[in-house]
Design a protein around this ligand. Sequence first.
Ligand code: DC
Length: 226
Amino acid sequence: MKQFHAIAIDGPAGAGKSTLAKRLANELGYVYVDTGAIYRTVGYYIWICGIGGKDADGVRRLIDDVNVAIEYPGDGLQHMLLNGKDITGEIRTPEISMYASQVSAHKCVRDFLLDTQRDLAKTHNVVMDGRDIGTVVLPDADVKIFLTASPEVRAKRRWLELQEKGAKDTYEQVLADQLKRDEQDSTRAVAPLKQAKDAVLVDSSNLTLDETAARMLAIVKEKLNA
Ligand code: DC
């Protein structure tokens, strides 16, 4: 019998996955695992090494030098350590978003990170969010939710978030970057973003955050018979 429960939340960039998955994890007392942050950490390393994210040979050459560790020191944040250095605050820029999307298309990167993600689910109750959690990483997850919203709504939310942080990006830039990432993430050959057959679709375009959270919790409770 399975010892731990796993809830997989997949969807495109800006659908609100991290906010909602974190909230769900808090409500359930599960560990929230942000797998995008893991890809961002690899993307960040490739970026500081001055290699292009699409450079397959360059990425393959460097991937063995990467040591990714995840820590939960209890401040509500998932801390990412790259070769021992905490880079949690460095990986949220639009540039690293694009790098993460590019490096995540390489099979060597996905293979490299697969066990790290699976091991977390073997040892904890998890709410894990990403692009391929329900399809590849945890195909036997107890609950799978595919969370999406229209591209315009997602871009608007991301743009407002960036504005709050003082970034100068225009809405049009954010939308263009997001469409590019959507395209890259869903058309790559290895583990593309797609809804698992047994995932429940939640479209948050016309829902508030609270409404979306309530819907997700109801789905989880129903599936777990809680
Ligand atoms: O969720 P995010 O925006 O932080 O993810 C950054 C990039 O990482 C995303 O554009 C694609 C990649 N990613 C992935 O390929 N698979 C995952 N499970 C999570 C993220």
